[in-house]
Design a protein around this ligand. Structure first.
Ligand SMILES: *Cc1c(COP(=O)(O)O)cnc(C)c1O
Length: 377
Protein backbone atom coordinates (compact mmCIF):
# COMPACT_ATOMS: atom_id res chain seq x y z
CA UNK A 1 0.00 0.00 0.00
CA UNK A 2 1.02 3.58 -0.54
CA UNK A 3 2.93 5.21 2.32
CA UNK A 4 0.63 8.19 2.12
CA UNK A 5 -2.48 6.04 2.58
CA UNK A 6 -1.00 4.28 5.62
CA UNK A 7 -0.16 7.60 7.23
CA UNK A 8 -3.61 9.03 6.51
CA UNK A 9 -5.30 5.96 8.00
CA UNK A 10 -3.14 6.16 11.14
CA UNK A 11 -4.00 9.82 11.60
CA UNK A 12 -7.68 9.15 11.04
CA UNK A 13 -8.09 6.00 13.17
CA UNK A 14 -5.29 6.23 15.69
CA UNK A 15 -2.70 3.59 16.49
CA UNK A 16 -1.76 0.79 16.82
CA UNK A 17 -3.38 0.01 13.50
CA UNK A 18 -3.45 -3.19 11.46
CA UNK A 19 -4.52 -2.52 7.88
CA UNK A 20 -5.72 -5.28 5.58
CA UNK A 21 -5.74 -4.54 1.86
CA UNK A 22 -8.35 -6.73 0.17
CA UNK A 23 -7.16 -5.81 -3.29
CA UNK A 24 -3.88 -7.48 -2.39
CA UNK A 25 -5.74 -10.51 -0.98
CA UNK A 26 -7.57 -10.90 -4.30
CA UNK A 27 -4.34 -10.43 -6.27
CA UNK A 28 -2.55 -13.12 -4.24
CA UNK A 29 -5.48 -15.49 -4.67
CA UNK A 30 -5.52 -14.87 -8.42
CA UNK A 31 -1.78 -15.45 -8.60
CA UNK A 32 -2.08 -18.80 -6.83
CA UNK A 33 -4.94 -19.81 -9.14
CA UNK A 34 -3.02 -18.81 -12.22
CA UNK A 35 0.08 -20.77 -11.29
CA UNK A 36 -1.80 -23.80 -9.92
CA UNK A 37 -4.77 -24.21 -12.26
CA UNK A 38 -5.31 -27.82 -11.15
CA UNK A 39 -5.38 -27.07 -7.43
CA UNK A 40 -8.37 -26.14 -5.26
CA UNK A 41 -7.35 -23.51 -2.67
CA UNK A 42 -8.16 -24.22 1.01
CA UNK A 43 -7.05 -21.05 2.80
CA UNK A 44 -5.51 -21.98 6.18
CA UNK A 45 -7.57 -19.78 8.48
CA UNK A 46 -5.18 -19.82 11.43
CA UNK A 47 -2.84 -17.49 9.55
CA UNK A 48 -5.39 -14.70 9.89
CA UNK A 49 -8.92 -15.65 10.84
CA UNK A 50 -10.55 -12.24 10.36
CA UNK A 51 -14.08 -12.96 9.06
CA UNK A 52 -13.73 -10.26 6.38
CA UNK A 53 -10.63 -11.99 5.00
CA UNK A 54 -12.46 -15.31 5.02
CA UNK A 55 -15.40 -13.72 3.21
CA UNK A 56 -13.20 -12.23 0.51
CA UNK A 57 -11.68 -15.64 -0.29
CA UNK A 58 -15.10 -17.29 -0.04
CA UNK A 59 -16.52 -14.93 -2.62
CA UNK A 60 -13.66 -15.84 -4.95
CA UNK A 61 -14.69 -19.48 -4.72
CA UNK A 62 -12.09 -20.38 -2.12
CA UNK A 63 -12.27 -23.26 0.33
CA UNK A 64 -10.84 -23.42 3.85
CA UNK A 65 -8.53 -25.37 6.11
CA UNK A 66 -9.90 -25.12 9.65
CA UNK A 67 -8.42 -26.53 12.85
CA UNK A 68 -10.91 -25.67 15.60
CA UNK A 69 -14.68 -25.41 15.94
CA UNK A 70 -14.52 -21.64 16.02
CA UNK A 71 -12.67 -21.60 12.70
CA UNK A 72 -15.14 -24.14 11.35
CA UNK A 73 -18.09 -21.91 12.23
CA UNK A 74 -16.43 -18.83 10.74
CA UNK A 75 -16.67 -20.59 7.38
CA UNK A 76 -19.83 -22.54 8.00
CA UNK A 77 -21.77 -19.40 8.70
CA UNK A 78 -21.11 -18.41 5.06
CA UNK A 79 -22.05 -21.88 3.78
CA UNK A 80 -25.29 -21.77 5.79
CA UNK A 81 -26.51 -19.02 3.49
CA UNK A 82 -26.63 -21.49 0.57
CA UNK A 83 -29.86 -23.34 -0.30
CA UNK A 84 -30.26 -26.42 1.94
CA UNK A 85 -29.78 -28.89 -0.91
CA UNK A 86 -26.36 -27.56 -1.85
CA UNK A 87 -25.01 -27.44 1.69
CA UNK A 88 -24.28 -31.11 2.32
CA UNK A 89 -22.80 -31.69 -1.09
CA UNK A 90 -20.59 -28.70 -0.53
CA UNK A 91 -18.95 -29.33 2.79
CA UNK A 92 -15.85 -31.23 1.58
CA UNK A 93 -15.51 -28.84 -1.30
CA UNK A 94 -15.45 -25.89 1.06
CA UNK A 95 -13.88 -27.16 4.31
CA UNK A 96 -11.18 -29.55 5.37
CA UNK A 97 -10.72 -30.01 9.11
CA UNK A 98 -6.94 -30.29 8.95
CA UNK A 99 -5.97 -30.68 12.59
CA UNK A 100 -4.76 -34.30 12.94
CA UNK A 101 -5.63 -34.27 16.66
CA UNK A 102 -9.23 -33.50 17.52
CA UNK A 103 -10.92 -33.43 20.94
CA UNK A 104 -13.79 -35.91 21.32
CA UNK A 105 -16.23 -33.01 21.80
CA UNK A 106 -15.16 -31.57 18.45
CA UNK A 107 -15.63 -34.89 16.67
CA UNK A 108 -19.12 -35.24 18.12
CA UNK A 109 -20.04 -31.77 16.90
CA UNK A 110 -18.45 -32.27 13.49
CA UNK A 111 -20.09 -35.61 12.73
CA UNK A 112 -23.42 -34.18 11.62
CA UNK A 113 -21.65 -32.22 8.86
CA UNK A 114 -20.04 -35.38 7.38
CA UNK A 115 -16.70 -33.56 7.30
CA UNK A 116 -13.36 -34.33 5.75
CA UNK A 117 -10.79 -34.60 8.56
CA UNK A 118 -7.11 -35.41 8.75
CA UNK A 119 -5.51 -38.00 11.05
CA UNK A 120 -2.09 -39.57 11.51
CA UNK A 121 -2.32 -42.29 14.18
CA UNK A 122 -4.28 -45.30 15.47
CA UNK A 123 -5.80 -43.64 18.54
CA UNK A 124 -7.29 -40.94 16.33
CA UNK A 125 -8.89 -43.61 14.08
CA UNK A 126 -10.54 -45.18 17.11
CA UNK A 127 -11.76 -41.77 18.28
CA UNK A 128 -13.14 -40.82 14.86
CA UNK A 129 -14.83 -44.22 14.40
CA UNK A 130 -16.60 -43.79 17.72
CA UNK A 131 -17.48 -40.08 17.69
CA UNK A 132 -17.55 -39.01 14.02
CA UNK A 133 -18.33 -42.18 12.04
CA UNK A 134 -19.65 -40.10 9.12
CA UNK A 135 -16.34 -38.35 8.54
CA UNK A 136 -14.12 -38.92 5.50
CA UNK A 137 -10.41 -39.17 6.20
CA UNK A 138 -7.18 -37.80 4.81
CA UNK A 139 -3.98 -39.28 6.15
CA UNK A 140 -1.39 -36.67 7.13
CA UNK A 141 2.13 -37.78 6.22
CA UNK A 142 5.37 -36.77 7.79
CA UNK A 143 7.58 -35.24 5.10
CA UNK A 144 10.95 -33.46 5.09
CA UNK A 145 10.77 -29.81 6.26
CA UNK A 146 14.40 -28.98 5.43
CA UNK A 147 15.10 -25.26 5.24
CA UNK A 148 11.54 -24.08 5.89
CA UNK A 149 11.29 -21.10 8.24
CA UNK A 150 8.80 -22.91 10.48
CA UNK A 151 9.15 -26.65 10.94
CA UNK A 152 5.96 -28.70 11.39
CA UNK A 153 7.08 -32.29 10.96
CA UNK A 154 7.99 -33.02 14.57
CA UNK A 155 4.44 -32.61 15.78
CA UNK A 156 2.33 -34.27 13.09
CA UNK A 157 2.44 -36.85 10.37
CA UNK A 158 2.52 -40.63 9.97
CA UNK A 159 5.75 -42.11 8.70
CA UNK A 160 5.39 -43.11 5.05
CA UNK A 161 6.19 -46.69 6.08
CA UNK A 162 3.10 -46.85 8.34
CA UNK A 163 0.73 -45.20 5.88
CA UNK A 164 -0.89 -48.19 4.18
CA UNK A 165 -1.26 -50.06 7.45
CA UNK A 166 -3.08 -47.01 8.88
CA UNK A 167 -5.36 -46.90 5.84
CA UNK A 168 -6.18 -50.55 6.44
CA UNK A 169 -6.73 -49.90 10.12
CA UNK A 170 -9.22 -47.12 9.30
CA UNK A 171 -10.99 -49.48 6.86
CA UNK A 172 -11.35 -52.07 9.64
CA UNK A 173 -13.05 -49.33 11.65
CA UNK A 174 -15.51 -48.74 8.78
CA UNK A 175 -13.86 -45.45 7.81
CA UNK A 176 -12.73 -44.48 4.32
CA UNK A 177 -9.39 -42.82 3.71
CA UNK A 178 -9.99 -40.55 0.75
CA UNK A 179 -6.45 -39.37 0.28
CA UNK A 180 -3.20 -38.03 1.67
CA UNK A 181 -2.05 -34.68 3.02
CA UNK A 182 1.26 -33.22 4.08
CA UNK A 183 2.88 -29.93 5.08
CA UNK A 184 6.43 -29.14 3.97
CA UNK A 185 6.95 -26.48 6.66
CA UNK A 186 5.98 -22.83 6.54
CA UNK A 187 7.74 -20.31 4.30
CA UNK A 188 9.29 -23.18 2.35
CA UNK A 189 11.87 -21.84 -0.07
CA UNK A 190 13.23 -25.28 -0.86
CA UNK A 191 11.26 -26.82 -3.78
CA UNK A 192 12.80 -30.20 -3.01
CA UNK A 193 10.53 -30.49 0.05
CA UNK A 194 7.46 -30.40 -2.19
CA UNK A 195 9.00 -32.70 -4.80
CA UNK A 196 9.99 -35.33 -2.21
CA UNK A 197 6.59 -35.16 -0.52
CA UNK A 198 4.76 -35.60 -3.84
CA UNK A 199 7.01 -38.58 -4.62
CA UNK A 200 6.38 -40.19 -1.25
CA UNK A 201 2.66 -39.69 -1.76
CA UNK A 202 2.68 -41.26 -5.22
CA UNK A 203 4.43 -44.30 -3.74
CA UNK A 204 1.75 -44.64 -1.07
CA UNK A 205 -1.05 -44.20 -3.65
CA UNK A 206 0.43 -47.15 -5.59
CA UNK A 207 0.97 -49.35 -2.54
CA UNK A 208 -2.55 -48.64 -1.26
CA UNK A 209 -4.01 -49.48 -4.66
CA UNK A 210 -2.19 -52.81 -4.73
CA UNK A 211 -3.89 -53.65 -1.42
CA UNK A 212 -7.30 -52.65 -2.73
CA UNK A 213 -7.56 -49.08 -1.43
CA UNK A 214 -8.18 -46.44 -4.05
CA UNK A 215 -7.11 -42.97 -2.92
CA UNK A 216 -8.79 -40.04 -4.62
CA UNK A 217 -7.24 -36.84 -3.34
CA UNK A 218 -3.87 -35.34 -2.59
CA UNK A 219 -3.60 -32.31 -0.32
CA UNK A 220 -0.22 -30.65 -0.81
CA UNK A 221 -0.70 -28.45 2.27
CA UNK A 222 0.72 -24.99 2.86
CA UNK A 223 4.25 -23.63 2.96
CA UNK A 224 4.12 -21.51 -0.19
CA UNK A 225 6.51 -18.66 0.56
CA UNK A 226 5.61 -14.99 0.78
CA UNK A 227 8.00 -12.68 -1.06
CA UNK A 228 9.37 -11.01 2.09
CA UNK A 229 12.63 -10.12 0.33
CA UNK A 230 14.67 -10.80 -2.80
CA UNK A 231 16.10 -14.04 -1.37
CA UNK A 232 12.73 -15.77 -1.80
CA UNK A 233 12.69 -17.70 -5.09
CA UNK A 234 10.11 -16.74 -7.73
CA UNK A 235 6.69 -18.27 -7.10
CA UNK A 236 6.30 -19.10 -10.79
CA UNK A 237 9.37 -21.35 -10.82
CA UNK A 238 8.32 -23.15 -7.61
CA UNK A 239 4.83 -23.69 -9.04
CA UNK A 240 6.23 -24.99 -12.30
CA UNK A 241 8.32 -27.63 -10.53
CA UNK A 242 5.43 -28.73 -8.32
CA UNK A 243 2.92 -28.87 -11.21
CA UNK A 244 5.32 -30.87 -13.31
CA UNK A 245 5.70 -33.47 -10.59
CA UNK A 246 1.96 -33.66 -9.87
CA UNK A 247 1.10 -34.08 -13.55
CA UNK A 248 3.79 -36.71 -13.99
CA UNK A 249 2.70 -38.82 -11.01
CA UNK A 250 -1.04 -38.24 -10.58
CA UNK A 251 -3.69 -38.81 -13.25
CA UNK A 252 -6.19 -36.01 -13.88
CA UNK A 253 -8.86 -37.90 -11.96
CA UNK A 254 -7.02 -37.32 -8.69
CA UNK A 255 -8.21 -34.19 -6.95
CA UNK A 256 -5.42 -31.87 -5.82
CA UNK A 257 -5.91 -29.55 -2.83
CA UNK A 258 -3.58 -27.01 -1.26
CA UNK A 259 -3.77 -25.10 2.03
CA UNK A 260 -1.86 -21.88 1.42
CA UNK A 261 -1.92 -19.42 4.31
CA UNK A 262 1.03 -17.08 4.47
CA UNK A 263 1.23 -16.73 0.70
CA UNK A 264 -2.31 -15.37 0.49
CA UNK A 265 -2.26 -12.85 3.34
CA UNK A 266 1.30 -11.80 4.27
CA UNK A 267 1.59 -8.99 1.72
CA UNK A 268 -1.95 -7.75 2.44
CA UNK A 269 -1.22 -6.74 6.05
CA UNK A 270 0.41 -3.50 7.20
CA UNK A 271 1.05 -2.31 10.74
CA UNK A 272 1.34 1.32 11.80
CA UNK A 273 2.43 2.25 15.31
CA UNK A 274 3.26 5.48 17.09
CA UNK A 275 6.36 6.44 19.03
CA UNK A 276 5.33 6.78 22.67
CA UNK A 277 8.78 7.01 24.23
CA UNK A 278 12.38 7.72 23.30
CA UNK A 279 15.63 7.14 25.18
CA UNK A 280 19.37 6.67 24.74
CA UNK A 281 20.66 3.42 26.16
CA UNK A 282 24.13 1.98 25.61
CA UNK A 283 24.73 4.78 23.13
CA UNK A 284 21.85 3.60 21.03
CA UNK A 285 18.71 5.50 20.18
CA UNK A 286 15.72 3.53 21.52
CA UNK A 287 12.15 4.04 20.36
CA UNK A 288 9.16 2.73 22.28
CA UNK A 289 6.07 2.21 20.15
CA UNK A 290 2.44 1.28 20.91
CA UNK A 291 2.57 -2.15 19.21
CA UNK A 292 4.91 -5.05 19.95
CA UNK A 293 5.60 -8.77 20.15
CA UNK A 294 2.58 -9.49 22.35
CA UNK A 295 0.48 -7.89 19.63
CA UNK A 296 0.85 -7.45 15.86
CA UNK A 297 4.55 -8.35 16.00
CA UNK A 298 3.84 -11.70 17.67
CA UNK A 299 5.32 -13.43 14.63
CA UNK A 300 8.77 -12.51 15.94
CA UNK A 301 8.17 -15.04 18.73
CA UNK A 302 5.74 -17.57 17.25
CA UNK A 303 6.61 -17.43 13.58
CA UNK A 304 10.41 -17.06 13.70
CA UNK A 305 9.89 -14.04 11.47
CA UNK A 306 11.81 -10.76 11.43
CA UNK A 307 10.09 -7.53 10.54
CA UNK A 308 11.46 -4.20 9.45
CA UNK A 309 10.20 -0.88 10.66
CA UNK A 310 10.10 2.05 8.34
CA UNK A 311 9.68 5.73 8.96
CA UNK A 312 7.46 8.11 7.00
CA UNK A 313 10.20 10.73 7.35
CA UNK A 314 13.41 10.95 5.36
CA UNK A 315 16.81 12.00 6.64
CA UNK A 316 20.11 10.51 7.80
CA UNK A 317 19.58 7.19 9.58
CA UNK A 318 21.28 5.43 12.46
CA UNK A 319 20.95 2.01 14.07
CA UNK A 320 18.08 2.12 16.54
CA UNK A 321 16.30 -0.26 18.87
CA UNK A 322 12.50 -0.49 18.76
CA UNK A 323 10.57 -1.79 21.75
CA UNK A 324 6.90 -2.60 22.33
CA UNK A 325 4.71 -0.95 24.96
CA UNK A 326 4.61 -3.67 27.65
CA UNK A 327 6.92 -3.98 30.67
CA UNK A 328 8.50 -7.21 29.45
CA UNK A 329 12.00 -7.03 27.95
CA UNK A 330 10.94 -9.77 25.57
CA UNK A 331 8.76 -7.12 23.97
CA UNK A 332 11.54 -6.09 21.60
CA UNK A 333 10.70 -5.64 17.92
CA UNK A 334 14.26 -5.00 16.77
CA UNK A 335 17.67 -4.11 18.18
CA UNK A 336 19.02 -2.89 14.87
CA UNK A 337 16.77 -0.85 12.58
CA UNK A 338 18.07 1.91 10.33
CA UNK A 339 15.86 4.83 11.25
CA UNK A 340 16.12 8.62 11.20
CA UNK A 341 15.91 10.80 14.28
CA UNK A 342 12.21 10.83 15.16
CA UNK A 343 10.06 12.51 17.77
CA UNK A 344 7.28 11.35 20.07
CA UNK A 345 3.98 10.94 18.15
CA UNK A 346 5.79 10.15 14.89
CA UNK A 347 4.74 6.91 13.24
CA UNK A 348 6.55 3.73 12.17
CA UNK A 349 5.15 1.13 9.81
CA UNK A 350 5.79 -2.42 8.68
CA UNK A 351 4.69 -4.02 5.42
CA UNK A 352 4.11 -7.71 4.65
CA UNK A 353 2.89 -8.42 8.17
CA UNK A 354 -0.47 -10.01 7.32
CA UNK A 355 0.41 -13.59 8.29
CA UNK A 356 0.73 -14.99 11.82
CA UNK A 357 0.56 -11.49 13.30
CA UNK A 358 -2.80 -10.11 14.44
CA UNK A 359 -3.89 -13.77 14.66
CA UNK A 360 -1.82 -14.35 17.81
CA UNK A 361 -2.18 -10.93 19.38
CA UNK A 362 -2.83 -10.95 23.16
CA UNK A 363 -4.13 -8.56 25.82
CA UNK A 364 -0.92 -8.91 27.83
CA UNK A 365 -0.25 -6.19 30.37
CA UNK A 366 -3.62 -4.61 29.59
CA UNK A 367 -2.71 -3.51 26.08
CA UNK A 368 -5.39 -4.59 23.60
CA UNK A 369 -4.60 -5.83 20.07
CA UNK A 370 -4.22 -3.26 17.30
CA UNK A 371 -7.40 -1.96 15.71
CA UNK A 372 -8.07 -3.66 12.37
CA UNK A 373 -9.01 -1.60 9.31
CA UNK A 374 -10.06 -3.16 6.00
CA UNK A 375 -9.48 -1.30 2.76
CA UNK A 376 -10.54 -2.07 -0.83
CA UNK A 377 -13.12 -4.62 0.33
C1 LIG B 1 -0.53 -23.68 9.24
C2 LIG B 1 -1.02 -24.65 8.26
C3 LIG B 1 -1.14 -24.30 6.90
C4 LIG B 1 -0.70 -22.97 6.34
O1 LIG B 1 0.67 -22.93 6.19
P1 LIG B 1 1.41 -21.72 5.44
O2 LIG B 1 2.83 -22.06 5.60
O3 LIG B 1 1.03 -20.47 6.13
O4 LIG B 1 0.97 -21.75 4.02
C5 LIG B 1 -1.66 -25.24 6.04
N1 LIG B 1 -2.04 -26.46 6.47
C6 LIG B 1 -1.94 -26.84 7.76
C7 LIG B 1 -2.38 -28.18 8.16
C8 LIG B 1 -1.41 -25.95 8.69
O5 LIG B 1 -1.30 -26.34 9.96
Amino acid sequence: MKQKTLLQLAKKHGTPLFIVDHKELRANYARFRKHFPRVQIYYAIKVNSDPHIVETFYKLGGSFDVASMQEFHTVHQLIKKLPAKERQAFIWDRIIYANPIKPVETLRELDRYKPLVTFDNHEEVKKIAKHAPHAGLALRLRVPNTGSMVELSSKFGALPGEAVELIEYAHKHKLVVEGLSFHVGSQCTNPTNFIQAIHLSAGIFAEAKSRGFELKLLDIGGGFPAAYDESVPAFSSLAKKINHEIDRLFPKSIEILAEPGRFLVASAGNAVSKIIGKAFRNEKLCYYVDDGVYHTYSGIIFDHCTYHLKSFQKGPTQICAVFGPTCDALDTISLAEQLPELELDDYLYTENIGAYSAASSTHFNGFPPAQVIHVNR
